[in-house]
Design a binder for this molecule. Structure first.
Ligand code: NAG
Length: 214
């Protein structure tokens, strides 16, 4: 675990030192933008009908948490921000879920629905010293869920996609040929080769809506 964390820090340091393209800079996401991108979470009562109402948040809560993550992880490229919001909206069923329900994998969660190994690395980056090598190697389902709980508040949960891009996949961050502004093929490339998951038409329609709104 200590080694993973050290590698994460090194990647972060490298990504901060990499050249920063000047076009397409953004420093915040507003509730109005999210309401246009994800109209299903515009109404204040839109979580009441959700399957997991206690995990669900509206755009009014999502927007400031995403803006905090933009500043904290210094992600300013519009193409990257559109991609990360689209990824989280898809993975969380538009801010409905904060933990994995189907099939209900212990320890998996955050709005980006990180697998447990990444949840643990993320929690270690946020709370250095909390997670011992022993917990990392022998984690029971109960411990996995306890570690996950550390990162489920809005700031940390919406921050996980930003941490993943900048610390785990810095080769996609601030690069002239990755996650370019308005480029859906770059988003698809990130989904398939950065997040290493599968592409589908719902990811595309969410990306189109977010890209249109921001
Ligand atoms: C979220 O982060 C911001 C910026 O650091 C901070 O001002 C705010 O208090 C945090 N919110 C919570 C609920 O921790």
């Amino acid at each position: 675990m200590k080694l993973t964390f050290a590698v994460g820090l090194l990647s972060l340091a490298l990504s901060l030192a990499s050249p920063c393209p000047t076009t397409g800079g953004m420093s915040e996401v507003t509730v109005a933008q999210l309401n246009k991108a994800i109209p299903e979470r515009a109404a204040s009562d839109s979580c009441a009908k959700a399957t997991a109402p206690d995990e669900c948040v509206t755009n009014e809560k999502a927007a400031p948490a995403i803006t905090n993550a933009i500043k904290k992880y210094r992600v300013t490229q519009r193409g990257e921000i559109v991609a990360l919001i689209s990824l989280m909206a898809y993975e969380s069923a538009k801010w409905e879920y904060n933990i994995n329900h189907y099939p209900g994998r212990p320890g998996q969660g955050t709005r980006a629905m990180l697998m447990y190994n990444y949840v643990q690395a993320y929690a270690s980056s946020l709370f250095p010293g909390h997670i011992t090598a022993d917990i990392a190697n022998t984690a029971s389902d109960e411990i996995k869920n306890t570690v996950r709980k550390l990162v489920l508040d809005d700031n940390n949960s919406f921050g996980s996609a930003f941490w993943y891009l900048t610390s785990v996949k810095p080769e996609f961050h601030n690069k002239l040929d990755k996650l370019r502004d308005g480029n859906m093929d770059d988003f698809k490339d990130y989904i398939e080769h950065g997040v290493q998951t599968t592409w589908d038409s719902d990811r595309q329609s969410i990306w189109e809506s977010v890209n249109e709104a921001l």
